[in-house]
Design a protein around this ligand. Structure first.
Ligand SMILES: Nc1ncnc2c1ncn2[C@@H]1O[C@H](COP(=O)(O)OP(=O)(O)OP(=O)(O)O)[C@@H](O)[C@H]1O
Ligand SMILES: [Mg+2]
Length: 233
């Protein structure tokens, strides 16, 4: 479904991704784990078209992504819930959700809004509230809800559990599992490697811009190198 082959991405002279190859099949949850600065967010930003690979290829369902405009990438079925939430804090919950559907002209937007509000009852309670005044967890839910309003086939999630209390982390991971069961393919970036590997069908370990390991989530959870470096020994 998503086929990233040998991409090289730079920020000026900084070589942020080196020959990165990642594949995602329909229906999978694929996790990318790695330390701060490994290049996880860079990878998602490149898939979304916000950064361009200098070399390498990227395709989604056979369509070339390397030169596609970001809004066309959303239209093709790829939606990104970015790190740090990046919601429009001066707008209401309702307005943020509407913006998530900006590429759509179909009649299903209202139904999808209802679906998102059912999944996140808190967003319904806060529908007219200025989103900047919501808690961190509520803002995270809004960021995911907004990404879902594009009705994606694949959802790119950048650190959805960052900064949340443990019970909310569990809730977010359960939501990711539910979305996947309903048919959304997931590419999940997480520093919470334990939780991510538990729910991922497959995962990749990114170290300073390079993929150093890839395997099933289960195998990586049991891998001594991964345990030592990412799972607290
Ligand atoms: N706009 C930028 N300009 C220059 N360098 C950047 C820029 N954005 C990221 N980098 C560098 O690229 C590298 C990868 O950053 P990236 O944000 O992808 O890491 P990450 O794995 O998402 O880290 P974290 O877990 O902290 O979110 C880092 O060394 C970072 O400093
Ligand atoms: Mg990041």
């Amino acid at each position: 479904m998503l086929d990233i082959r040998n991409i090289n991405v730079y920020y000026g002279a900084i070589h942020a991704l080196e020959d990165v190859t990642v594949k995602v099949e329909p229906g999978e949850i694929v996790a990318i784990i790695g330390s701060n600065g490994a290049g996880k967010s860079t990878l998602l930003r490149t898939i979304s078209g916000l950064l361009r690979p200098r070399t390498g290829t990227m395709s989604f369902k056979g369509k070339d992504l390397t030169t596609m405009a970001p809004h066309d990438i959303v239209r093709a079925g790829i939606s990104h819930s970015p790190e740090g939430r990046r919601i429009f804090t001066n707008m209401s919950v309702h307005e943020n959700l509407q913006l998530g559907a900006f590429i759509r002209k179909d009649a299903g937007v209202a139904d999808d809004m209802e679906h998102v509000l059912k999944r996140f009852p808190r967003l319904r309670e806060r529908f007219k509230q200025n989103s900047g005044t919501m808690s961190g967890g509520e803002q995270q839910m809004l960021a995911i809800g907004r990404a879902l309003m594009a009705r994606p086939e694949i959802l790119l999630l950048d650190e959805p559990s960052l900064g949340l209390a443990p019970n909310l982390v569990t809730e977010i991971f359960n939501i990711v599992l539910d979305l996947n069961k309903e048919g959304t393919t997931i590419l999940l970036v997480e520093q919470n490697a334990n939780r991510a590997l538990e729910i991922a069908h497959r995962a990749y370990v990114l170290e300073t811009g390079k993929i150093v390991l890839s395997d099933t989530g289960k195998s990586l959870l049991a891998n001594p190198k991964v345990k030592e470096a990412y799972l607290g020994g």
